[in-house]
Design a protein around this ligand. Structure first.
Ligand code: ZN
Length: 68
């Protein structure tokens, strides 16, 4: 029993490319879905304010992606 009940980190593929951490090249990530705050954004066609971030399981660096 650990302090955190997080699932196992996963391998991530972006448009056919395996994602490696830009800092430490680690290939495993924890996935987070984040609801962005619209306040302060000047675009009016911001239809889906959900972003996905992959947190490097080794160093914790966050890699952000917008849905396409
Ligand atoms: Zn890393």
């Amino acid at each position: 029993m650990g302090l955190f009940d997080a699932p196992e980190p996963i391998g991530v593929e972006i448009k056919g490319h395996a994602l490696h951490c830009v800092i430490c090249r680690h290939p495993r990530f924890h996935r987070h879905k984040i609801k962005l705050d619209r306040a302060g954004l000047f675009t009016s066609d911001w239809s889906d304010p959900m972003a996905v971030s992959y947190e490097c399981a080794y160093c914790g660096y966050l890699h952000w992606f917008m849905p396409q």
